[in-house]
Design a protein around this ligand. Structure first.
Ligand code: 4AD
Ligand code: MG
Length: 477
């Protein structure tokens, strides 16, 4: 008998043919109707059991959460809500689930509760839909780059450099924490460590991607990155996945064009390929919003919002224009922002980014040409001597989803910048050599994958769009 999934069976013409299916029991009503799900789709297949024909103990062991194999005839459904069902002839219970202790019962569980059951939560409709979308988005991302002449480049996870210069890194060491070797001055002697120097988990694959772009032309990374920032927000993870394209001979405008085209393409991909899951998540959101006051409800339903982003131009605005808009905005004048914008040069907080996107422009925004001193050392200095060719893509409900830049390709300017920031040339000697040998303008950006998944699924907390989230004080699973 062919191994078919629930998704395939639901699309099969019923002709009383024998079929076999394996999955987990979502519900078992009246000792008669099993709703079975195997993860292949948001939809369950109904299996109808004549319990009189089966052993009483067997029927008792078919509880919510048990894993079963069902054999039977695929017939047109007698009931409403589904096209086909299985008239069960044989059931094998792989493993039962004790109803007293199995936490995922058929009722509404809060997302907070399910976070504590991260090993079981994928058996709910919400999490299975989110994780299927996460998988589809990954595939779409690879497809986009592979179709557009980019090479997938694996940047190292363990590095010796701090790409973002923010110092928020997890150290990698094999030294004895209780009794580390010391230098004459009494500091930990990392020369004795595994790599003979201080190393950490990477915060970004960008610097290595730059090296590869200067030979392969267009590359992208897609891997885990790590930040030891102690921000307990619904937008930050300590371990998150980042996509970082890097392109030789691209200036900032070409970089912005790519970012916009790329995001629109992957969103269109899931609109075309993940309709059932998106519809489910849209309904989930609508139900959730019913309990909110009118003013807090979103103006667009999920699918409409995704279509809007895929079909409309992002608004491109310079940092300087954005500061003017913010300075004259109502929440700034009425001191409603936590951080009041007073002068040019202020760093933008997520409240400002969201004001620009959600209240002022009402569409995704790309901000560019930021003050040099609030951005990383590698960004290209503009003629004005005070701004750099940086760009951030800001999204409704999310804030910053992409951060990128045209890179500083001039050796002398880069060295000067590093000196100003106290970055040792020896630490990045190889990065500097890229500017000595065949340097050229180049650009790239980083997309936070979980922030994209948040946007596409309409979920509210980044902990709910990655299988096993890593956040401060939390690495249980
Ligand atoms: O803006 P960031 O720090 O930029 C870089 O790391 C550059 N090296 C990228 C590049 O140009 N190649 O991070 C890029 C994106 C952010 O826009 C955000 O979406 C995401 O990564 N991000 C996080 N996502 C989840 N948790 C965190 N702690 C994140 N920090 C950044
Ligand atoms: Mg950033």
């Amino acid at each position: 008998m062919a191994r078919l999934s629930v998704r395939e069976l639901l699309n099969t013409e019923p002709a009383s043919q024998d079929v076999q299916i394996e999955g987990w029991v979502r519900t078992f009503r009246s000792n008669r109707f099993i709703a079975l799900n195997d993860g292949s789709t948001i939809n369950n297949i109904q299996c109808v059991v004549d319990f009189e024909n089966f052993d009483e103990e067997l029927i008792k062991s078919i509880t919510t959460g048990s894993a079963v194999r069902v054999k039977g005839a695929l017939v047109e459904s007698q009931g409403r809500g589904q096209r086909v069902e299985i008239q069960v002839k044989d059931i094998f219970v792989h493993g039962s689930a004790d109803p007293e202790t199995y936490p995922i019962q058929p009722k509404k569980h809060s997302l907070e509760f399910l976070r504590e059951k991260a090993h079981l939560r994928v058996r709910t409709n919400t999490f299975s839909a989110v994780m299927r979308l996460r998988s589809a988005l990954s595939f779409a991302i690879h497809s986009y780059f592979q179709q557009n002449g980019f090479y997938y480049m694996h940047s190292p996870i363990i590095t010796g450099s701090d790409a973002e210069g923010a110092g928020e890194m997890f150290r990698v060491t094999t030294l004895d924490a209780k009794n580390p070797p010391l230098t004459e001055e009494g500091n930990v002697d990392y020369k004795e460590d595994f790599f003979g120097k201080e190393t950490n988990l990477t915060v970004s694959g960008q610097l290595e991607a730059e090296a590869y772009a200067m030979g392969l032309g267009k590359v992208y990374t897609f891997g885990p990155t790590f930040r030891a920032e102690n921000s307990n927000t619904s937008r930050h993870l300590a371990e998150f996945w980042m996509i970082e394209p890097e392109m030789a001979f691209y200036d900032l405008d070409a970089n912005m064009d790519l970012a916009e085209d790329f995001i629109k393409w992957v969103i269109s991909y899931v609109l075309e390929n993940c309709e059932d899951d998106l519809k489910f998540l849209e309904q989930r959101l609508l139900d959730e919003e019913k309990s909110k006051p009118q003013a807090e409800r979103s103006e667009m339903a999920l699918i409409e919002k995704l279509k809007f982003v895929a079909e409309n131009n992002f608004k491109r605005v310079s940092y300087t224009e954005a500061i003017d808009i913010l300075r004259n905005s109502k929440p700034n004048k009425k001191k409603k922002f936590d951080y009041i914008i007073e002068e040019w040069g202020a760093d933008l907080q997520s409240e400002h980014e969201r004001y620009l996107v959600e209240k002022h422009f009402k569409c995704p925004v790309i901000l560019f040409d930021y003050p040099a001193n609030i951005k990383a050392f590698y960004m290209r200095l503009n003629e004005d001597g005070k701004t750099v060719r940086a760009m951030d893509v800001l999204f409704p409900g999310i804030g910053e989803i992409v951060g990128g830049a045209q890179r500083e390709e001039r050796l002398d300017v880069l060295k000067e910048k590093m000196a100003k920031l106290g970055i040792e040339e020896e630490e990045l000697w190889w990065y500097l050599e890229l500017r000595k040998f065949g340097t050229a303008i180049h650009s790239g950006f980083g997309l936070g994958f979980e922030r994209l998944v948040l946007f596409v699924t309409g979920m509210g907390n980044i902990r709910d769009v990655i299988p096993f989230p890593r956040t401060p004080q939390n690495a249980e699973f």
